[in-house]
Design a protein around this ligand. Structure first.
Ligand SMILES: Cc1ncc(COP(=O)(O)O)c(C=O)c1O
Length: 390
């Protein structure tokens, strides 16, 4: 079934080796904060996981805070800076994940000024706008490393350097980048970065927040002083152990992503162009994650297409997973200048490390049949909203 799952930016399947180790990790059921015997095992599991993640990221284990996921890591940084900085200005992009976008709205309601960097039709950030808006009142710039819907990669080292030149801090949401492209936190000189375990073949409900040594961090969740007072609440030991376990495979996954998965994605796009007329890949010439393809399939409703593919066992997305089910077109695609109709005809395909050419061929063959059928219905003027019969 995994071979028909083309929605790895929403979440990845859990790696088989994680499943094999679960009962071993679960046998360490003590509270890692306990100082008696039951706490020692889980504490050790957490120490090892933190060490493995730090080693992959090239940072100190002390610079890492475990959270419940990417959303919490993002929210923690933004709210912490509003509290601790005397500066009142924030900069982000128009295409961030809602955990940044909506938190920025909350900061604005709390007295901050927020500027949103526009993107071009090709998904490229408007750097002139960014440079114009930066000032010595800018507290924090938050720009994602790679976009979850289009896969576009942003120039984090340059953005961070510019932010620092006016004394602002820099945060990147690197949730979609981890284990897909190199994440070089120290070279990039970012102050904060967010990660999520369930995008990398580990478990849901665990995230990571990198806070550079010396960078201020106020806890979002107040509690028993866990994570060196940077995140209250008893830690998700099982999920953390799984995340650390996968970190030992990130180098391999990353290598596979930038070579084999990229070739497979390029093969998929080439086959799509050959087999299905009137398909556009959003921002095809811009720097993109190796696994992601954001398409406009003209004269086809994306939601109907998704449901038709689902009936045939294929899983794809029309945009961010959290916004599917909503009839509104993707705000990310609208920000790129797509019309509502184009955005509503969009489909995101995101490959995983396990996909093969046979999986892609099988998908294309099905997509071709479904698209032809929906286009015929479209030409006949038949309303096919709901898609259950197509
Ligand atoms: C770019 C990006 N940031 C943050 C998140 C949120 O991560 P989590 O689901 O772990 O809260 C996601 C998940 O879709 C994402 O794609």
């Amino acid at each position: 079934m995994r071979g028909k799952y083309f929605d790895c930016n929403a979440t990845t399947p859990i790696d088989g080796s994680v499943g094999e180790n679960l009962s071993k990790w679960a046998s360490e059921w003590g509270n890692p904060s306990s100082i008696h015997w039951a706490g020692r095992g889980p504490k050790l599991l957490m120490r090892e996981a933190r060490q493995k993640l730090a080693s992959y990221l090239g940072v100190s284990p002390l610079e890492l805070v475990f959270t419940s996921g990417g959303s919490e890591s993002n929210t923690t940084v933004l709210k912490s800076i509003l509290k601790s900085s005397s500066r009142r200005h924030f900069i982000t992009s128009q295409v961030e994940h809602p955990s940044v976008g909506k938190t920025m709205l909350a900061l604005a309601a709390g007295g901050a000024r927020v500027d949103y960097i526009p993107v071009s039709r090709q998904g490229v950030l408007d750097l002139d706008f960014y440079h114009e808006k930066l000032s010595n009142d800018t507290a924090l710039v938050s720009v994602m490393t790679a976009n979850n819907e289009t896969g576009h990669i942003f120039p984090i080292p340059q953005l961070a350097q510019k932010a620092h030149s006016v004394g602002a801090l820099f945060h990147t949401d690197a949730v979609q980048a981890l284990a897909k492209i190199p994440v070089l936190l120290k070279d990039w000189q970012v102050d904060y970065a967010s990660f999520s375990a369930h995008k990398c073949y580990a478990l849901k409900g665990v995230g990571l927040l990198y806070a550079r040594k010396g960078a201020q961090l106020e806890s979002l969740i107040l509690g028993g002083g866990q994570e060196r007072h940077r995140r209250g609440g008893t830690e998700n030991v099982l999920g953390i152990a799984a995340f650390g376990h996968m970190a030992e495979r990130f180098s391999q996954l990353e290598k596979n992503s930038v070579t084999r998965v990229r070739e497979l994605r390029d093969y998929l796009e080439q086959r799509l162009f050959q087999e299905i007329p009137e398909i556009v890949v959003n921002g095809v010439d811009s720097l993109r994650l190796p696994n992601t393809s954001s398409l406009i399939i003209k004269n086809v409703d994306g939601e109907t297409l998704l449901m038709s593919l689902d009936l045939k066992g294929f899983a794809v997305s029309t945009g961010a997973a959290c916004s599917s089910g909503s009839p509104e077109p993707s705000p990310v695609l609208l920000a790129m200048g797509l019309s509502r109709t184009e955005a509503q005809s969009s489909l995101r395909i995101s490959l995983g490390s396990y996909h093969t050419q046979e999986h892609v061929d099988e998908f294309i063959a099905t997509l071709k049949v479904v698209v032809e059928r929906l286009r015929r219905l479209h030409d006949d003027g038949i309303c096919h909203q709901g898609g259950a019969n197509v």
